[in-house]
Design a protein around this ligand. Structure first.
Ligand SMILES: Nc1ncnc2c1ncn2[C@@H]1O[C@H](COP(=O)(O)OP(=O)(O)OP(=O)(O)O)[C@@H](O)[C@H]1O
Ligand SMILES: [Mg+2]
Length: 359
């Protein structure tokens, strides 16, 4: 039973008990008084019964009114008690959604203020901690950036003289090149994520043709020859977006098709099925697809999905899809993974973005 019902019942039962006792006492006292003074005042039986009848009717009416007043007081009081709890629940939901600056308003009730103060204090500490962690990731990435750049530049110099090296040294250099590239990518991803955490991401918005953006992004990706299908209705569709970040979204999805999805990708731009003002950019592959139950988790940070561990894929930190989701969200869109529509094995990642000029 909820708090509200319990308070309501307490008031109603209290009013019923109180009026019941008053009813009983008033009625029995009046009756015994009338009986005692019956002879003295010369009252007839009919008159006594009539008087008792009126007293009973008045008492029943008073009982009903008392119970109704109890009910109303119960409703008002339960609302007053529950309102701050509902406020605290809303605040907790807002905090869980990432709005860490949410606080409860102080009230004029000293009992509730203890709860409000404790709650606000807890949120302030949580905010401080989250910000400190975000700063830590950002500081570490910044610190790693300059030695990595030196390393990358030195590797470039060695690469230009690759032919002069022995075969073993060439193999070692190739490993080094791949690892430096992977590490630089990871540091860049970490920096980008920490910018999101700090709320410091500002989109450089341009008006972009969806078809052009997707074709260019595919050509610059790790599978540049992937087929791109543009639905004729989207030929002139434009979107307001950050070119670099949206290209990164497509590139990350294609990278995943390459490393987790069997090595080939097919990209399509089509109108959203359930909205006339959104466009879908989908990337399909012919791999094993995403394991049932992983489709939400793979968008979390450092989450590599059971599929990756099964395949023994060692590369990748699990940041790619987390960044895709952040980029897409900042553009007012959403991203998800589903099965391929044609029933073949493979994953289909869909990015939905607001757009204009759909035919
Ligand atoms: N096309 C795909 N097919 C099957 N599984 C996929 C596909 N794309 C992503 N996944 C799963 O989702 C996980 C998370 O992907 P995400 O891009 O975030 O990380 P990653 O590719 O492992 O590493 P990173 O992108 O940081 O280099 C992958 O490890 C993989 O298990
Ligand atoms: Mg990836």
């Amino acid at each position: 039973m909820g708090v509200r019902t319990r308070i309501l019942l307490t008031f109603v039962v209290g009013a019923m008990v109180l009026s019941g006792v008053l009813f009983f006492l008033t009625y029995t006292l009046t009756r015994s008084n009338l009986r005692v003074r019956e002879g003295e005042l010369g009252l007839s039986d009919d008159l006594i019964n009539e008087t008792l009848g009126s007293v009973r009717a008045s008492l029943i009416l008073a009982t009903i009114i008392t119970v109704l007043v109890g009910l109303m007081l119960g409703i008002v009081s339960s609302e007053r008690v529950v309102r701050p709890l509902a406020g605290a629940a809303d605040a907790a939901r807002a905090i869980a959604d990432g709005r860490l600056d949410t606080r409860l308003e102080p009230t004029d009730d000293p009992d509730l203020n203890a709860l409000t103060d404790a709650f606000n204090d807890m949120v302030a500490r949580l905010q401080e901690r989250v910000e400190r962690d975000a700063r830590f990731a950002s500081d570490v990435s910044h610190e790693l950036r300059s030695p990595l750049m030196t390393l990358a530049a030195s590797v470039e110099v060695m690469l230009s003289r690759r032919d002069e090296l022995t075969e073993r040294s060439q193999a070692a250099l190739d490993l080094l090149v791949a690892d430096v590239a992977r590490f630089s990518g990871l540091v860049e991803d970490l920096l980008e994520i920490s910018r999101y955490d700090a709320g410091a991401v500002r989109l450089n918005r341009d008006t972009l043709r969806a078809s052009e953006l997707v074709e260019q992004s595919v050509r610059a990706s790790s599978l540049p020859r992937s087929p791109v299908h543009i639905d004729p209705r989207c030929a002139d569709a434009t979107l307001s977006g950050d070119r670099r970040r949206l290209a990164r979204v497509v590139a990350n999805l294609i990278d995943n098709a390459r490393s987790h999805g069997g090595g080939s990708a097919a990209v399509a731009v089509s109108p959203a099925e359930d909205s006339a003002s959104h466009v879908w950019i989908s990337v399909e592959d012919a791999g094993e697809g995403v394991v049932e139950g992983d489709s939400e988790r793979i968008f979390e940070r450092f989450s590599r999905g059971v599929g990756a561990s099964k395949r023994g894929a060692s590369e990748g930190a699990g940041l790619g899809l987390a960044l895709v989701r952040e980029h897409v969200r900042l553009h007012g869109g959403r991203v998800w993974v589903e099965r391929r529509r044609d029933g073949a094995s493979g994953a289909r990642f869909v990015v939905e973005l607001p757009c204009e000029s759909l035919n």
